[in-house]
Design a protein around this ligand. Structure first.
Ligand SMILES: *Cc1c(COP(=O)(O)O)cnc(C)c1O
Length: 364
């Protein structure tokens, strides 16, 4: 009798049953936190077949967080579900937040405050110095005003956190109960929205029989990526996560994401530790600076509008997409089959950047 030698493959991926049970455990951990329903969730996960064909790399997919529903949608809505619930629990009647002039976060916050019957004060930092009337009054700024928020401007480089504290003091003097949401909604409370998104995506892909190899998105104030890193770690996913930076240099961006992910994991309270190696940002597509258009962004936004009928924005998702496209061409995803781009929204900003795209006028 010959002895049989059992060759066991090294365990690289966990079983579907294990994934399902980890997702369930994560749902239970998240259910401890107050949450208000603001978004249309789960958001769709759709293939981008024309783009995939043109680029000739892995099959590209889009996770439609531009379709979260609130005031034209975007990634801040998931964060606001937790942040606004916290504000309500603390008895707040007034929300204060800040962002750049064409802030999508500010716009979604003004809508959430309107929906929940709270007053809203927005401080907008002029980071680009543009005097284009569309930039300063149209796009997201138009919507901030339409949602009834009080909108004030501050110069580039202002200590916006200090400004929010000062405003909160003034409002308290007037008998209000203000609640400050940090820029981008990026703190451990807001990041829970993207812990939940990671769970949602993993369950959605499992339900479709899809194996996602990589997930790519634009990263700025870090809450989105920090939440995703934390959520993917919690369900022991091996999805390769890559943030494309829109402002800070790589080391700073990765450190911000790592710090917030570590705090988010602690806040979640499940004893999870975040490996530093899970945090990756490529910041080669920022161009001259935050909110300043690049040629790559312009081509990427046009390409997606014209091949997939999808709208991306000039500040975040357009630069993220530029990074995705360039990395596909450079072979970063070689050997991978399915790459998902998380569409974080922002198309309202297009109307603040209407001259950037150099589009043809009416034909005869
Ligand atoms: C805010 C924003 C991002 C970046 O998300 P962070 O959590 O700030 O890193 C990406 N895309 C869009 C459209 C955004 O508005």
């Amino acid at each position: 009798m010959t002895a049989t030698i059992q060759i066991t493959e090294p365990e690289t991926t966990i079983s579907p049953e294990m994934t399902a049970s980890l997702c369930k455990e994560l749902s239970i951990a998240l259910a401890k936190f107050p949450k208000v329903r603001l978004g249309h969730l789960p958001t769709p996960l759709e293939p981008m077949d024309r783009l995939s064909e043109i680029l000739g790399g892995p099959r590209l997919w889009v996770k439609r967080d531009d379709c979260t529903g609130l005031s034209s949608g975007g990634n801040k809505t998931r964060k606001l579900e937790y942040l606004m619930a916290d504000a309500q629990q603390k008895g707040a009647d007034t929300i204060i937040t800040q962002g750049a002039t064409q802030s999508n976060h500010a716009r979604q916050t003004t809508a959430a405050a309107a929906k929940l019957g709270m007053a809203c004060h927005i401080l907008l930092e002029d980071r680009t110095g543009s005097n284009d009337p569309n930039y300063i009054l149209n796009g997201n700024v138009l919507l901030d005003r339409l949602h009834g928020a009080t909108v004030a401007k501050r110069g580039d480089g202002t200590d916006m956190n200090a400004e929010m504290e000062t405003l909160a003091e003034e409002l308290k003097q007037k008998g209000k109960t203000p609640y400050i949401i940090p820029g981008g909604g990026s703190n451990p409370i807001g990041a829970l929205g993207y812990v939940n998104c990671a769970r949602e995506l993993v369950e959605q892909a499992a339900g479709m029989g899809l194996k996602i190899d990589a997930l790519v998105h634009a990263t700025g104030s870090a809450g989105t990526q920090a939440g995703l890193v934390t959520g993917l770690a919690a369900v022991q996913s091996d999805i390769h996560l890559l943030g494309i930076g829109v402002r800070a240099p790589q080391e700073k961006q990765e450190q911000m994401v790592f710090d917030l992910a570590t705090k988010t994991a602690a806040y979640l309270g499940t004893g999870l530790t975040i490996p530093r190696s899970d945090v990756r940002a490529n910041t080669n597509y920022v161009g001259a600076g935050y909110g300043l258009p690049t040629d790559g962004m312009i081509s990427a936004v046009k390409l997606l509008a014209q091949t997939e009928g999808l709208l991306f924005d000039p500040v975040y998702s357009g630069k993220g997409l530029d990074g995705l496209i360039a990395q596909v061409k450079e072979g970063y995803f070689d050997g991978m089959e399915n790459v998902v781009f998380l569409h974080t929204g922002g198309s309202a900003a297009l109307f603040g950047y209407s001259d950037t795209f150099d589009l043809p006028g009416y034909s005869e």
